[in-house]
Design a protein around this ligand. Structure first.
Ligand code: HPA
Length: 278
């Protein structure tokens, strides 16, 4: 089965189970999954119950779509995502984001936990992604173009929507939450970086490093979704400080930032709703 057939098969298997056509989608990163409980939940669909869906094997990722309302805005959240390091092809990694578009989502809010490279960043900081470097993982659009989704050679000069970025800045101000800005670099993982690799990423202009998100943004931009993204800086990247990295520490740091993250993302969704979804 090719990528397009797989996508259509997955969509058909959930089409009847979707309670409404969501306008906004939120992908919740490591340790941030609990945010879905902020919604008036209408329905959950477990990835395991979707025929042909790539299953996430990462601890701390629940693996389900959660549909609900926030301020009467129909929203879908992904609790858990699929990562390239789990062994899936890039076309499988971005299949969930493509499904979000087929469900009707126009707006995509991507979140993740990331290592801080920029020396001005501290653990616990939130960073709005203004650009990314995805050149170290295979391009998810490789292979026959899926014409119903987008064009063969999509422009990537402004992946992160200017107006949505402005909404994030204003939301941060309103909620009095500090937000940094920067370029996110996606590496394949699953090992964390060496100090030498982090120096390389810094030299390339990256402010934060992680193992997801950029590929999803490429797939979403191909489909002309309006994208914004927030990294939670869970730790200084390797070599920036001498502490060893662990997934458990990443998750517990994310839980500590839960309150700020919740306030900020809720404000962002409200603003997007007010401006674009009424
Ligand atoms: N590197 C890569 N991915 C990450 C990190 C990191 O330091 N922290 C959280 N996700």
């Amino acid at each position: 089965m090719n990528t397009e057939e797989k996508l259509i098969k997955c969509f058909k298997s959930i089409e009847d189970k979707i309670p409404f056509n969501p306008r906004i989608a939120v992908v919740l990163g490591s340790g941030l999954g609990d945010y879905a409980s902020q919604m008036k939940i209408q329905k959950t669909i477990r990835y395991a119950d979707i025929d042909g869906f790539p299953l996430s094997t990462v601890e701390g990722h629940k693996g389900q779509f959660v549909f609900g309302y926030m301020d009467r805005i129909p929203v879908v959240m992904m609790q858990g995502r699929v990562h390239y390091y789990e062994g899936y092809d890039m076309s499988d990694v971005v299949l969930p984001v493509r499904l979000l578009k087929l469900m009707g989502c126009e707006f995509l809010i991507l979140t993740n936990a990331a290592g801080g490279i920029n020396p001005d960043f501290r653990s616990g900081d939130l960073m709005m992604i203004t650009d990314h470097i995805a050149s170290f993982v295979p391009n998810c659009l490789r292979g026959k173009n899926i014409d119903m989704l987008g064009e063969r050679f999509p422009d990537m000069s402004q992946v992160y929507d200017v107006q949505l970025c402005e909404i994030i800045r204003e939301s941060a101000e309103k909620t009095e939450i500090q937000i940094k800005e920067g370029t996110y670099i996606q590496l394949s993982g699953p090992s964390y970086e060496t100090p030498g690799e982090v120096k390389m990423c810094a030299a390339l202009g990256a402010d934060a490093v992680g193992m997801s998100t950029a590929c999803e943004a490429v797939a979403a931009n191909h489909m002309k979704m309006r994208i914004c993204a927030i990294s939670f800086i869970s730790n200084p990247a390797a070599g920036i400080c001498s502490k060893k990295l662990s997934h458990e520490d990443v998750q517990s740091a994310a839980r500590d930032a839960q309150d700020r993250f919740t306030k900020l993302v809720t404000q962002i969704i409200t603003e997007i709703g007010l401006r674009y979804c009424s």
